[in-house]
Ligand binder design. Structure first.
Ligand code: EPS
Length: 386
């Protein structure tokens, strides 16, 4: 079983719809629970005018009865409030492709002469669906003590803080409007966003997501498609404007000698422990039981008020890009999107590990999972090959 989902809907159409399959029966689920995560996607810091219009709320239209999932596909509908401003209107064609956006390749690929036919769907508005599904995955994983939280480690040219503990960073981010790691960082982000907005620019940044409470052994090394690092990496890279992903300090680790890079395995009483987590919670395509640490690089979004060089499809002549409205820096808002795509993939991996159709069935299987402490420590000699 997998948390498989399919969304439909455009940014300024009537609304978004998403159907998610693979959620076990018996999970408590409410619209309020989904709304809490949708609200976290609407952080004001760096956001444009659209977030003033929308108050995202998903209506559950299938798969939940009496507050509990039934095991059937769950369908959610999220209306676009902004649709009212577009409904029935003749909208001028948008014909100047934005460098960095899907515009040019999409129009060539699908044969469009009006970029609106692609931008309406390539817009990050769709991430509202992922957050709604992520809220379900979050509720499911919370039943097993697994939780994910993300913070903005760097934004624009504001560098990462050195030496801050992930716990302190996450605690501050939880109450920070820009999901910053400290007051100094929050002030620096606000200033950078203010300056960028004044110049008509956009800013990218680096998001770090930490997932705690994972059991050992989700994913596998046995086939490429079961490697959890590959699956989580693909999930993160599927988010609009995310261009890089790393587990913990993967690029810095690449410069270290092996003995300084890896996490020692030590005996602590009857338990086997890992005092460090340089690998970011993954070894051999499987969870180690340590916190999963994922870093994602988001590029500055391509819809800039400052003009960029392009070509007008209507005339074939050089033209500057036209601006309607956009975010200055969606990095704070993207934190919950990164949490969501990771939670969805981890929920899938946990379902694969446990099997079962209902939460009760899964709980019992979870309680019986082996741990590093249950390793057999006295292997007898064996003949391996026939
Ligand atoms: C986006 C452009 C802006 C963003 C949008 C993503 O929307 P609009 O074109 O309506 O001003 O606010 O994000 C959302 C609508 C959302 O819900 O997150 C884009 O070009 O990708």
């Amino acid at each position: 079983m997998a948390f498989r989902y399919l969304s439909a809907g455009e940014s300024h159409g009537p609304g978004l719809t998403v159907v998610v399959e693979g959620v076990p029966a018996g999970l408590p689920l409410s619209e309020g629970l989904v709304a809490a995560d949708l609200a976290r996607r609407q952080l004001k810091a760096g956001a444009g005018g659209r977030m003033e219009i929308e108050t995202d709320r998903a209506t559950i239209v299938g798969g939940v009865m009496g507050g509990l999932t039934t095991g059937a596909p769950i369908a959610l509908a999220i209306p676009n409030r902004d649709h009212a401003a577009w409904k029935g209107k003749a909208v001028p064609a948008y014909t100047i492709a934005r460098p960095g956006h899907a515009d040019l390749a999409a129009c060539v690929k699908y044969g469009f002469d009006d970029i609106r036919r692609s931008l309406e769907r390539s817009s990050a508005r769709e991430t509202a669906c992922r957050v709604a599904v992520g809220a379900i995955a979050r509720a499911f994983l919370a039943q097993f003590g697994i939780r994910a939280r993300a913070y903005v480690a760097a934004l624009g040219d504001v560098p990462e803080e050195k030496g801050i503990s992930p716990d302190a960073a996450l605690a501050f981010a939880e109450r920070s409007p820009s999901r910053a790691t400290s007051q100094a960082q929050e002030d620096a982000y606000a200033n950078a966003i203010h300056l960028a907005r004044a110049k008509g620019e956009t800013l990218g940044g680096i998001i770090v997501c930490v997932v705690e409470g994972l059991p050992i052994g989700l994913g596998s090394y046995v086939t490429p498609e079961r490697r959890l690092d590959a699956r989580l990496g693909a999930a993160v890279l599927s988010v609009n404007a995310i261009k890089g992903v790393a587990f913990a300090d993967a690029f810095a680790n690449a410069t270290l000698p092996g003995s300084a890079c890896h996490d020692a395995i030590v005996r602590e009483g009857t338990a086997i422990a890992r005092p460090t987590d340089r690998c970011g919670g993954l070894e051999g395509g499987m969870t180690t039981g340590q916190p999963l640490i994922v870093r994602a690089a988001m590029k500055p979004i391509p819809t800039t008020l400052a003009p960029q060089h392009s070509v007008d499809f209507a005339t074939g002549t050089p033209a500057d890009t036209a601006y309607e409205r956009s975010d200055t820096c969606p990095v704070p808002r993207a934190c919950v999107v990164i949490e969501s795509v990771l939670l969805i993939e981890l929920a899938t991996a946990l379902c694969e590990k446990l099997g079962g159709d209902s939460l009760d069935e899964m709980r019992a299987r979870y309680a019986a999972l082996p741990t590093a402490d249950t390793l057999r420590l006295d292997p007898a000699p064996k003949i391996f090959w026939p």
